[in-house]
Design a protein around this ligand. Structure first.
Ligand code: 1PW
Length: 214
């Protein structure tokens, strides 16, 4: 069954990440942030317990949207132009957060690390047995990615929240893509696009030594 017109579907969210990559392998910030906005809606639909997770993502999306709609919006069209502009203009704190605590580069880096988690989690969900526990898939993917960057208290709160996740089949249905089987097929189609956004960003940040921005 297809999702009703106008209803939230994870398919569109993942489609935004597909639209974010250009032929020249640039990442367009508009679709990238649109994808994130959709993910946040999805997280919120999982219940209030996830709002502390989505709150930080929302704050970071807002910072980026203000750059993308601001005076220098041309510079913030792609990730590549943003990195070039901010570095050339000395707008990035490289050692410690001081004069430019909310640079686009450090803000996107946080979203980028979270995207890795999402990628591992959805891949885990896609390939897991039907009776697997979503909370275990989520905890494992978190521990293998984002958790490294979080202090103990955040890791603890996140792990507690994961216990509230619904079963694998219920989760696949919340995605609103159709039956669990159809959702698995959609994930198989969509995940390479998330990987591609992730890979291009990782390469760009590595090239400019930005992977550890404070
Ligand atoms: C079901 C899987 C969904 C994955 C969605 C990803 C949402 C990620 C948000 C995690 C936020 C956890 C709490 C916030 C921690 C911040 O301190 C941290 N932010 C992130 C995104 O890791 C670091 O940001 P900061 O403090 O350096 O500004």
């Amino acid at each position: 069954m297809a999702a009703a017109a106008g209803a939230f579907s994870l398919r569109e969210v993942l489609g935004a990440f597909q639209a974010a990559v250009t032929e020249r392998r640039e990442v367009l910030l508009g679709p990238y942030l649109r994808g994130w906005r959709g993910l946040v809606r999805f997280l919120n639909s999982l219940g209030a317990i996830f709002s502390f997770i989505s709150k930080d993502a929302v704050a970071k999306i807002q910072i980026m949207e203000s750059y993308c709609g601001g005076e220098r919006q041309e510079e913030y069209r792609t990730l590549q132009s943003m990195v070039a502009y901010e570095l050339a203009s000395g707008l990035v704190d490289l050692q410690r957060r001081s004069e430019h605590p909310d640079s686009g580069c450090r803000t996107v880096l946080r979203l980028h690390r979270a995207l890795r988690w999402l990628q591992l989690f959805l891949e885990g969900l896609r390939t897991a047995q039907e009776d697997s526990k979503t909370s275990t898939i989520c905890t494992d993917s978190y521990n293998a990615s984002l958790a490294t960057y979080h202090p103990w208290v955040v890791r603890k709160a996140a792990t507690v929240a994961f216990c509230a996740l619904p079963s694998r089949n219920a989760f696949l249905e919340i995605m609103n893509v159709g039956t669990p089987e159809e959702a698995v097929v959609m994930l198989g189609d969509a995940l390479p696009h998330i990987s591609s956004v992730y890979g291009i960003t990782e390469e760009l940040y590595a090239q400019h030594k930005l992977l550890n921005l404070p």
